[in-house]
Structures are given as C-alpha cells and as structure tokens.
Design a protein around this ligand. Structure first.
Ligand SMILES: [Fe+2]
Ligand SMILES: [Fe+2]
Length: 156
C-alpha cells in the first residue's frame, strides 16, 4: 500500500479502494487478453476483443483516478490526469452551445441506429451485425451521460 504524504483519512481510504479495484481490473483484463488470443473461433475472438478494448480503457481510467487522487491529496503542482472541474467554466459559453448541438447529434444518431437495428432483425441470430449496432447505441447512451454532465455543471 502506498502512503500518500499529507492525505486525509478519507483521501487515503479512497486511494486504497481505487488502487485495489484497479488491480482487479488488471486481472480481468489479462483474462480477456488470454481468452481473445487462445480461441480458434474468429467470431468469438472478435467479440472478446470488443470487451477487451473496454477493459483496457477501464484499466487506464482507474490509473488516472488513482493518480489524480494522489496528486491532489499531496497538493502538488504536478498536472493531474483528470483535470479539475472548475476548469470547465473556462470556456463556458462555447461549451454550452456545443454541448447542446452534440446532444442533438447523439439523439439523431440513435434514431438512425434504431432503424438500422430493425433492418438487421432477420439476421440477428445468424450474424453479429445487429449486436454491433446495439453496442453503438449503448455507447451513445454513454456519450449522452457525459454531455449532460458537462451541460449541467457548466450551467451551474
Ligand atoms: Fe471493467
Ligand atoms: Fe455518439
């Protein structure tokens, strides 16, 4: 366990929790890597790789989170991987306008994807195509969540 200089009990506890979880993610990541590499089924490898890509990102996010908690607890001048939320206000007007525009784009995109998914209904059990479209819709939900966060925090 890394002891952080100057950390409060809460900060240290949070850091420990995040690094422990990050280690778990690392093991999950390794398991998926092995799975994707070890199969003779190209379809299975393709799908396992989709999960693997997400797990890689989770691993990176946990690293960013731990590093940011540590750097801010130490009150150091080092830049944090995850910037302070106050910095969102730096470009407030433009951010608000753009965020609304992107939210609308995401909504339109999801309508398009819904139509496409319906077109693929007949092959949903014989191809991976509809699943791929559904996954993009799921991603767009995530994008919406990010954009709404930005909009709401910038407005405040
Ligand atoms: Fe994960
Ligand atoms: Fe999107």
């Amino acid at each position: 366990m890394t002891r952080i200089r100057g950390a409060s009990v809460w900060e240290q506890g949070l850091y420990d929790h995040v690094t422990a979880h990050g280690k778990n993610e690392g093991e999950v990541l390794k398991a998926y890597e092995e799975l994707a590499a070890s199969t003779d089924s190209p379809a299975f490898a393709y799908l396992a790789r989709l999960i693997l890509d997400d797990e890689r990102r989770h691993h990176q996010l946990f690293e960013d989170l731990a590093e940011t908690i540590r750097t801010s607890a130490e009150l150091s001048d080092e830049p944090c991987p995850i910037p302070d939320l106050a910095l969102l206000k730096a470009d407030r007007e433009r951010i608000l306008g753009e965020t609304e525009r992107f939210l609308a784009m995401e909504r339109d995109d999801n309508k398009e994807l819904e139509r496409l998914a319906k077109d693929l209904k007949d092959v949903r059990n014989t191809t991976v195509w509809q699943l791929v479209v559904r996954l993009m819709q799921d991603d767009n939900e995530k994008h919406r969540r990010i954009l709404e966060f930005i909009r709401d925090r910038t407005r405040e």
